[in-house]
Design a protein around this ligand. Structure first.
Ligand code: BYC
Length: 468
């Protein structure tokens, strides 16, 4: 059981390492200031019905209850150590995992931990204004849950930086609070985390598509030969699942409401549906196109010597490494689709692409479920994932003019059609016009249906948030 009476709750015996404890206690007020300035806008919020980690094992790791936000405690939790764990892939396969950072891998490991850490506060910053327009108390509570967990994931990376990277690590930890999402001079490292999230449709798309990148990156890092990173990521993955649930069910609830309105009005006319306060299905597809294509870039270039280095050295594996037969992957090649046709590249250089492909497959699960809802209600519309060549800014397809179906188009056609593929100014205006705060227990905004179930077996009209 984790002791929440400590200044920094943890299961890493922080009190046995006084200088590390002091360093983290020095960082803590800076984090709290950052949370106050750039965390969720919550002036009226008193208590939030939250799930809080009380242990790290699979069964019963969390408690539910009201938390007074100023009293919220972020802690440091690592999954339990696996005795005699061995490196599972690359050139160091079979050797004991490292409990300290090997000198020659230090800069690459730090870079990966910093990149991971940077995304966590970024997402909180992106979502900070959403509390003002929550479609229900249930959704507001989920937003808080997601945000406090992202805050804790930042703590997880800051712990690794402080504990294993000395002075550079402490400096990097400061920088994590200094860069800000969308800041012109000091933006977040990865582009998706600089995109504004000013409406809840974007929030649900982000938690479905971008948090899923988190799932796949964390799975790859959970394979790491650097054991503290592996254990940290294993625990983070347990929380990530809820974020994707929020995305998938959020989008499903929007679709459900639209379908009900389509049935009652006997129309699929977008104008008529919009006038009746719901979001037409083609417009949902546009938001999907935007967030999926942006999230694809997060996997890096299709051919990457960085990824090959990390794999070869046991720093970062493939998601679900156990499911592959060959864990060394030396002297094998991968046939990569490129604008000049298929190209054989060294397999290890293709790790980013292999991870991206696994991600795309996983993204289809929700698409299938959403399409089932449409089919069952008798309408003729199907959501699709756009081509992985569409709207890419990183890798071999970057800045090329592919349409969502993956066909190359003329640059003028591309520029002209973009407003019909991703949300245009009018679309955003309409979506923003729907974003009106609903904070009465059991009431839901016009454009989204109530969830099938509440949180932790509570009813859907439970008062998930109590106000001052
Ligand atoms: N935007 O060799 P390359 C999450 C940079 S989400 C801008 O192609 P590599 C979460 C790259 O950094 C998961 N820059 O690929 C979700 C490198 O720069 P430097 C986050 C990009 O190195 C929701 C250069 O381009 N975790 O947890 O294999 C809410 C060449 O890179 C982008 C991670 O990403 C981009 N999209 O990088 C909250 C795990 N893509 O260093 C949280 C840690 C690449 O040469 N990161 N670049 O200046 C990594 O493992 C790797 O850095 C990447 C791929 C996956 C990003």
């Amino acid at each position: 059981m984790i002791d929440y009476q400590q200044k920094i709750p943890n299961n890493v015996n922080l009190n046995t390492d006084k200088s590390l404890q002091r360093a983290l206690e020095h960082w803590q007020p800076k984090f709290l200031d950052w949370w106050g300035d750039l965390g969720p806008v919550a002036s009226q919020v008193k208590d939030v019905y939250l799930r809080t980690a009380v242990g790290v094992d699979a069964k019963g790791w969390a408690d539910y209850g009201y938390v007074n936000m100023p009293d919220y405690r972020w802690g440091i939790f690592l999954a339990d150590k696996v005795e005699d764990r061995k490196i599972g892939f690359g050139d160091n396969i079979g050797k004991p995992v490292w409990n300290e950072v090997p000198g020659e891998l230090r800069s690459q490991l730090r870079r990966i931990i910093v990149t991971q850490g940077d995304t966590e506060p970024a997402s909180v910053e992106q979502q900070r204004l959403l509390s003002a327009t929550c479609p229900s108390l249930y959704d507001l509570r989920n937003l808080f849950q997601v945000n406090v967990e992202e805050g804790r994931h930042l703590w997880a990376m800051v712990y690794l930086l402080h504990a294993y990277f000395g002075r550079d690590g402490r400096e990097e930890a400061e920088e994590l609070l200094f860069r800000h999402s969308g800041d012109y001079d000091n933006p977040r490292i990865l582009e998706t985390f600089n995109e504004p999230i000013s409406d809840w449709l974007s929030f649900f798309m982000f938690t479905y598509f971008t948090d899923r990148d988190g799932k796949f990156q964390l799975k790859s890092l959970a394979e790491s030969g650097f054991d503290p990173l592996s254990r940290t990521c294993k625990f983070m993955l347990t929380e990530e699942a809820h974020h994707m649930f929020v995305g998938e069910t959020g989008i499903a609830r929007i679709i459900k409401k639209t379908l009900e309105t389509m049935q009652s009005l006997k129309t699929d006319d977008p104008d008529l549906l919009n006038k009746n306060g719901v979001i037409d299905l083609p417009l949902i597809q546009k938001y999907l196109n935007f967030w999926y294509s942006s999230s694809l870039d997060l996997f890096g270039s299709e051919s990457s010597s960085n990824a090959a280095f990390s794999f070869a050295n046991g720093i970062k594996g493939r998601p679900d490494e156990y499911s592959f037969e060959d864990h060394v992957c030396n002297n094998t090649t991968y046939s990569l689709d490129t604008p000049d046709g298929p190209k054989e590249i060294e397999y290890r250089n293709a790790i980013n692409e292999i991870t991206r492909n696994a991600y795309s497959k996983d993204c289809l699960i929700g698409i299938k479920r959403w399409n089932n809802l449409i089919r069952k209600s008798g309408f003729n519309f199907e959501f699709t994932l756009p081509s992985t060549k569409f709207r890419r800014s990183i890798g071999v397809w970057q800045d090329l003019n592919f349409n969502p179906s993956g066909e190359k188009v003329d640059s003028t056609v591309y520029a002209k059609m973009m407003s019909s593929w991703i949300p245009n100014e009018n679309d955003k205006k309409f979506i923003n016009s729907l974003m009106v705060r609903v904070d009465t227990p059991g009431k839901y905004a016009s454009w989204i249906s109530s969830p099938d179930r509440g949180i932790n077996n509570q009813t859907t009209d439970f008062d998930y948030i109590r106000f001052n």
